[in-house]
Design a protein around this ligand. Structure first.
Ligand SMILES: Cc1cc2nc3c(=O)[nH]c(=O)nc-3n(C[C@H](O)[C@H](O)[C@H](O)COP(=O)(O)O)c2cc1C
Length: 528
C-alpha cells in the first residue's frame, strides 16, 4: 500500500527544500517565450454564462471567515446565483492591470507567481435553472462549460468512500491543478504550491459559503483516479486536490454511478512545450488512494503509533534560562467591535502587499486575525480543536508586545514569547532575502510535525498538512484586509526557519508563511 510508504513524502519534501545553496546554484531561468497561459480553455465547448450580478451577503468578512455553518435537519441547496457568487469569490477575476506587454488578470485568492494553476469543477444534480452535470468553471469569461450531462455525483460519493457530507451534497466542487502552469516557474516545488494555492481558494470559498448559510466541507480523502476520470484530467499533467461538499439534502437524490465514458475534450495548448517534473508525479502517485474501501479505511483509521518526532510539550515550556514562559493572551475585538466590511468587499479589495511600511499594528488587530482564522475548518482530516499545524511568529512591530519570536498556544489562546529581540534581518533572510518579511509587522509560519501527520494519514497526510496551513493562511489574508491591513504569502528557506524557532520547533517542517502589516500604498507588479 503505497500511501503507507511514507519515505516518499520525505524524499519529495526534502528534495524540494529551499536552501541558500539550492536557490543560488539552480540554473533554472524563466523562459518567457514559453510561459503557460493561466487558464484552461476548452476549444470546442460552448460557454454557459454565469450571472454577473453579485449580491452582498451582508456578513462582515471577519464573521464569515470564522463561521462554520452547521448541518441542520432541512435541505439546503445552492441556487445557480449562489454558485456563481461562490465561484467568483473563490477563483474569479477581481482585478485587471495593464502593463506594457499586455494585461494581467488577478483573482480572488492569492496564488504563487500569479500563475493560477488551480481550476474548479462542479458536479451537481438539477439546481433551479442549471441542469444536472459536470462542469468546468472558466474565470476568463465567467462561464461554466459542461463536460458531462446528467447527475454524476454518485461517482464522487463512491470515490470519497461515502463521506457523509459528499453523500448529502446537492453540489460538489472539485479543485484540481494543471502542474505545468506553476511548474514553469517553480519546477518540482510546484506540488507544494498545488496545496498552497488551493488552500487560499478554499479559505475564500468557505467564507463565501458560510456567509450564505450554506454548509460546506473540504474532503481530501478520495480515489484520485476516479475523480480524474470523471473530470477528464490528464493524469500525467493534472491532479485533483480537494472536494468541497456544498449544501445538504436527502441522499436519496443520488442514484447509482453512471458508466463513465472517457472524455476527450480539446483544450488550448498552454505553451509551446511543457516540461515534466517526475518528482511531482511520484509524490502524487505515492499519496494517491486506490479504491473506495481504502478511502473509507483511511478516514476511519485510528491514529497509528508512528515514528512521531519527539517534540516539546505545548504547556509549561521554560525558556533556556529555566524561567516560566511569558504568555500574552490574545485580545481580539469582539463581535460588536470588529470592522463591518462585508466579505464581498474584502475579497475584491484583497491583494498581496508588495511593500510594507515598517509601521506597527495593534495587538488587538493581530489577535483578531489569529483568533478569527483559527476557529476551525470543516474538513474530513480534522477533528474539531485539533490541528496538524502550529503557528510560530516573528513580531517586528506590534504595539505593547516586545518584538521577538513567539509560539501560538492554542490551549491558552495566547502568544508565548520564545526569544525577545529585533529579528527583521533574520526574517528577511528566512524569506529568501526578500524585503517583505523584513518590513512587515508580523510573519506567521505554519509548522507541522510531519511524522505525526504521516503516521496518521500516510503520504496523504502531506496533502492535509499543506492544505490546512494554506487555508489558515488564506483566512489570515482575508482577516488582514478586513481590517484594512496588508498581507502577503511568502516562500522560505525550510531548514533555516525550523532552526530559528528551535529548540521549540525542532523536528517540525514549514508548510506555509504569511507576512502581515501595513502596506505602502503604491502597488507594483512584481509577482515573485
Ligand atoms: C503561498 C504564497 C507564496 C507567495 N510567495 C511570495 C513571495 O515569496 N514573494 C512575493 O512577493 N509574493 C509572494 N506571493 C504573492 C503572489 O505573488 C500573489 O498572490 C500573486 O501575484 C497574485 O497577486 P494578488 O495576491 O495581489 O492577487 C505568494 C503568494 C502565495 C499564496
Amino acid at each position: 500500500m503505497k500511501n503507507r510508504e511514507t519515505e516518499a513524502t520525505w524524499a519529495y519534501h526534502d528534495g524540494t527544500k529551499h536552501s541558500y545553496r539550492s536557490v543560488h546554484t539552480n540554473p533554472h531561468y524563466l523562459d518567457w517565450e514559453n510561459q503557460p497561459i493561466p487558464f484552461k480553455i476548452y476549444s470546442k465547448l460552448d460557454p454557459i454564462p454565469l450571472r454577473q450580478q453579485l449580491s452582498s451577503s451582508g456578513m462582515p468578512a471577519l464573521t464569515a471567515i470564522a463561521a462554520i455553518t452547521a448541518l441542520g435537519d432541512g435541505s439546503v441547496r445552492p441556487t445557480s446565483q449562489t454558485l456563481a457568487e461562490i465561484l467568483f469569490l473563490s477563483a474569479g477575476v477581481t482585478k485587471r492591470r495593464s502593463y506594457p506587454g499586455g494585461e494581467m488578470l488577478f483573482r480572488a485568492a492569492a496564488c504563487t507567481g500569479a500563475l493560477y494553476h488551480i481550476d474548479l469543477y462542479l458536479a451537481c444534480g438539477q439546481l433551479d435553472d442549471l441542469e444536472a452535470g459536470v462542469y468546468h468553471f472558466g474565470p476568463h469569461d465567467f462561464a461554466l462549460r459542461r463536460l458531462r450531462q446528467g447527475d454524476h455525483r454518485a461517482v464522487l460519493v463512491r470515490a470519497s468512500g461515502r463521506e457523509s457530507s459528499i453523500v448529502n451534497a446537492p453540489a460538489i466542487l472539485v479543485c484540481a491543478s494543471t502542474y505545468w502552469r506553476n511548474a514553469w516557474k517553480y519546477q518540482a516545488r510546484a506540488y507544494r504550491h498545488c496545496f498552497w494555492d488551493n488552500g487560499t481558494i478554499l479559505a475564500n470559498l468557505l467564507a463565501a459559503a458560510s456567509s450564505r448559510q450554506l454548509p460546506a466541507k473540504v474532503v481530501v480523502g478520495f480515489v484520485d483516479a476516479a475523480v480524474s476520470e470523471l473530470l477528464g484530467l490528464d493524469a500525467k499533467r493534472e491532479a485533483p486536490l480537494s472536494l468541497v461538499a456544498l449544501g445538504q439534502e436527502s441522499p436519496s437524490g443520488v442514484g447509482l454511478p453512471p458508466s463513465i465514458e472517457p472524455l476527450e475534450l480539446e483544450t488550448v495548448p498552454l505553451s509551446k512545450s511543457e516540461i515534466d517534473y517526475p518528482a511531482m508525479r511520484a509524490m502524487h502517485e505515492a499519496s494517491s488512494l486506490e479504491n473506495e474501501e481504502k478511502v473509507a479505511a483511511w478516514r476511519g483509521e485510528a491514529p497509528r503509533k508512528g515514528p512521531s518526532t519527539k517534540l516539546r510539550a505545548g504547556g509549561g515550556w521554560k525558556d533556556e534560562g529555566g524561567k516560566e514562559a511569558r504568555l500574552f493572551p490574545l485580545q481580539p475585538l469582539g463581535d460588536d467591535e470588529i470592522p463591518q466590511d462585508k466579505i464581498e468587499e474584502v475579497v475584491i479589495r484583497r491583494g498581496s502587499t508588495r511593500q510594507f511600511a515598517r509601521e506597527s499594528i495593534t495587538f488587538a488587530q493581530l489577535s483578531t486575525m489569529i483568533d478569527r482564522a483559527t476557529r476551525g475548518i470543516p474538513a474530513d482530516f480534522l477533528i474539531p480543536a485539533e490541528s496538524l499545524n502550529d503557528l510560530y511568529l516573528i513580531l517586528h512591530a506590534v504595539d505593547d508586545i516586545p518584538p521577538g519570536a513567539y509560539y501560538f498556544r492554542r490551549d491558552k489562546r495566547a502568544l508565548e514569547l520564545l526569544k525577545e529581540g529585533d529579528f527583521r534581518r533574520e526574517a528577511g533572510n528566512l524569506g529568501l532575502g526578500q524585503e517583505i518579511p523584513a518590513d512587515c509587522s508580523v510573519n506567521v509560519y505554519f509548522l507541522a510535525d510531519l511524522n505525526r501527520a504521516l503516521a496518521r494519514f500516510g503520504n496523504r497526510g502531506y496533502h492535509a498538512a499543506q492544505l490546512e496551513a494554506s487555508i489558515l493562511g488564506g483566512k489570515l489574508y482575508l482577516a488582514a484586509y478586513a481590517q484594512r491591513l496588508g498581507a502577503s504569502g511568502l516562500t522560505f528557506f525550510d531548514d533555516e526557519v525550523t532552526e530559528f524557532f528551535s529548540p521549540h520547533a525542532a523536528g517540525k517542517s514549514v508548510m506555509f508563511l504569511i507576512a502581515l502589516g501595513k502596506s505602502v500604498k503604491k502597488r507594483g507588479l512584481n509577482v515573485i
